[in-house]
Structures are given as C-alpha cells and as structure tokens.
Design a protein around this ligand. Structure first.
Ligand SMILES: Cc1ncc(COP(=O)(O)O)c(C=O)c1O
Length: 389
C-alpha cells in the first residue's frame, strides 16, 4: 500500500515554547511518533513581519512550494499574507484553508489548460507567462485572466538559478507585450525570480532596474501601461537562523531600486524559503547501529529520500545534534532508512555514543525538506506537525 504523509487533524496545533526542552521534544515524539517534522508558526510570523518591514509597501505572496502545509497557510493568512500558487494541488490547498482567491496569483510560466482552468474556477485572475505559446493559451480566457510577463536574469551565484529554465530576455519583452495586445489579452506587469538562496540583493536590484526600463518605455509610448512588478523570491536563510536580523540590510539595494520606479507601480514579491526555512526541526530516531571500520554508523528512521531530501535537491546541509546531554563525542555516520547507499545523512559528525531509540534533532528544516520527500522503499514520510498556529 502507498504510504502517505500523515497530517494532523484540522485545528490541532499544540503550543510549544522555544527554546524547546528535551522533555517537551520527547513528549511530542511519544504523542506523534518518529520521524516528526515540527513547524513552529511563531517563527513564520516573525519572518513575515521582518520581511514586511524590510520591504515596506511590497505585497508578500507566500510561495507555497517550500512547505505546502495547511497550518502554515492559515498562520500566514491570519497576519495578512497573500499567496503564490504554481499547481492545481496548491490551488486546492489554499481553497481548503479558506483563502480568498483575490489574495492569490498563479506564477508557473508553463501550464496545462487544466491548470489554468482550475485556478480560474477558484477565482485566481493573475497568471505568469514567458513566451508566445503560453500567451496563446490565454486567448480563450482573456475576459477572465490578466498576465505578468516573466523576464529572465541569469544568476550563477544563486543556490538554484531559476532563469536557466524560465523567463524571456528583457530584449524580447516588447515583442511579447505587442503580441498579447494584438490578441486582446491584458498584461498587467512584469515578474522575475533571480534564483533561490541568493548571496546578496545585487541581482534583485539589477532586475528591478532592468524592468524599470521596460515599464518606462511601455508607459512612454502608451502601448503598455503596466502597473505591477513582481520581484519573485530568493531571500536567503542561514543555518544559524540569523536571516530575521539580516533581512533589513540585505534588502537595502532592493528598496533603493524600488524607489527609482515610476509612480503607481504596485510591487509584489513571492518569498518562500525565507518565511519558513528556520521554522521547522526534524526529530528522527536511531533504528539500529553498526560498527564499521571502527566507527559507529547509526541508521535513522528519516533520510535523504525523506525530510533530508533537501540535501540532494536543494544542496543544503542542516545542523544536526543528538538530544543526549553533552558527553564524549566520536566521529560517526548517520544514514537514512532506505536500502540505497546514497541515503547517507551525514558523515564525520561528532556524536555521543548512541543506541537504538536515541533521538537526533536537525534544525532549519522548513524549506524544501518534506516538500521534496519521496515514498521510496515504502518508508513512511515524517509526520508534519504545526505548533503555535
Ligand atoms: C515562481 C517562484 N516563486 C517563488 C519561489 C520561491 O523562491 P524562494 O524559496 O527562493 O523564496 C520559487 C522557487 O522555486 C518559484 O519558482
């Protein structure tokens, strides 16, 4: 039988006070089982507030993909967030959470007609395109949909350079805007994503300035009176969770570039990782151990096919430690539960001597972790528990 992720019952969200005591964590495991991914909505609300203050007057649409969880959507909705959707599954999630479609945009540049129709049926109006064929898909929906044109700004410095896959060049923009106008399709503005986990905001600022030129030219000729600029996501997290304090200075070049835009441009953003990355920790239990070439190998109930999938897909390493109080530590290896030899969570990690039943905690595991987990080997995925909702 296919194993599915167990979700908590609607409305059930325990209160958990940070810093979390060992007793509190063990109580969670006793109640909800292992492995467990605990998502703390207090952290998400703090990050939302920090980014709102760093980018005043920018409308923040949480990009669901890093952590598509009902409790996260509800917590963010309650503090005023809007949402960025990319699939029909994400449409269903926000709909079930009672989110108004007026607060949602659909930003996948390449869509099936069924994706477009599902989003339209829910009530979403704004979609993203980046080429002629995709614009053509909106001819039959032109009375109900309006578009953002996505531009590419290649950024090898990003953890994931999304412009390799999506976006037209700034030079192609005017021909695509003209095509949409000829087809009677309304284009409201421009969008970009300078890549996920960027080292600084130089790429954002450059992209805002490049879009500024397209916006000014469209307005000057009167051909394309665009009034929306979507600056995407990419805002980084750090393994020590310091992104909340660092986001203000980080965004300074973006604020300056936004201040150079013509009057009346409504700016929106699609943060994902930044809002949720620090919010979650994973509790995983030692299932068995083996001494190999003089070193302990610990076999856990979660691994790179599960919550640690971000080590493969997102090139991220998470801080991991044992719940055992400080004791003598030895170089050790942590592996996941599947039979695959790439399912190794960490080599050369200093740990106390562990045995079956001992628990490890990995932090900064909110973004692109459980979202990318698989059911390989029928190993059950970690249960996701939202606390402090
Ligand atoms: C269209 C779009 N918007 C937003 C995001 C979120 O990006 P990040 O998590 O870097 O903020 C992504 C990530 O892939 C994306 O593809």
């Amino acid at each position: 039988m296919r194993q599915v992720k167990t979700r908590q019952a609607a409305g059930e969200s325990p209160v958990l006070n940070a810093p979390y005591s060992r007793e509190a964590l063990e109580a969670l495991l006793a109640r909800y089982g292992s492995p467990l991914l605990v998502v703390d909505c207090n952290v998400i609300r703090e990050r939302y507030k920090a980014l709102s203050e760093a980018l005043p007057r920018v409308e923040l649409h949480y990009a669901l993909k890093p952590l598509p969880e009902d409790g996260v959507v509800r917590a963010l909705a309650a503090v005023g967030a809007s949402f960025d959707l990319a699939t029909s599954g994400e449409v269903s999630l926000v709909k079930a959470a009672g989110i108004s479609p007026d607060r949602c945009i659909h930003t996948h540049p390449i869509k099936k007609d069924s994706d477009i129709r599902d989003a339209l049926r829910f009530g979403v109006r704004t979609f993203v395109v980046d080429n002629e064929d995709e614009i053509g898909k909106f001819v039959k929906h032109r009375t109900r949909a309006e578009l953002l044109l996505r531009l590419s700004f290649p950024n090898p410095a990003a953890g994931a350079d999304l412009s390799r896959k999506f976006g037209c060049t700034p030079g192609e923009a005017s021909a695509l805007l003209n095509l949409a106008a000829r087809l009677g399709i309304k284009v409201r503005g421009l969008s970009f994503h300078v890549g996920s986990q960027v080292p600084d905001a130089a790429a954002h600022a450059h992209a805002v300035d490049a879009c500024n030129e397209v916006l000014v030219e469209g307005r000057r000729t009167g051909a394309h009176p665009l009034d929306v600029l979507d600056i995407g996501g990419g805002f980084p997290t750090y393994s020590d969770g310091s992104e909340g304090e660092r986001i203000g200075p980080f965004c300074a070049p973006i604020r300056a570039a936004i201040a150079r835009l013509p009057q009346g441009i409504h700016v929106i953003a699609e943060p994902g990782r930044f809002l949720v990355g620090a919010s979650a920790f994973c509790l995983t239990t030692v299932v068995g151990r083996s001494k190999r070439q003089g070193r302990w190998w610990y076999y856990l109930d979660d691994g790179v096919y599960g919550s640690f999938s971000g080590q493969i897909f997102d090139n991220t390493k998470y801080p991991i430690d044992s719940l055992k109080a400080d004791e003598a530590r030895f170089p050790s290896t942590l592996t996941g539960p599947t039979c695959d030899s790439i399912d190794i969570v960490r080599e050369d990690i200093l740990l106390p001597e562990l045995e079956a039943g001992d628990v490890l905690m990995a932090r900064a595991m909110g973004a692109y972790t459980s979202a990318c987990a698989t059911d390989f080997n029928f190993v059950p995925r970690a249960r996701v528990l939202t606390v402090n909702q």
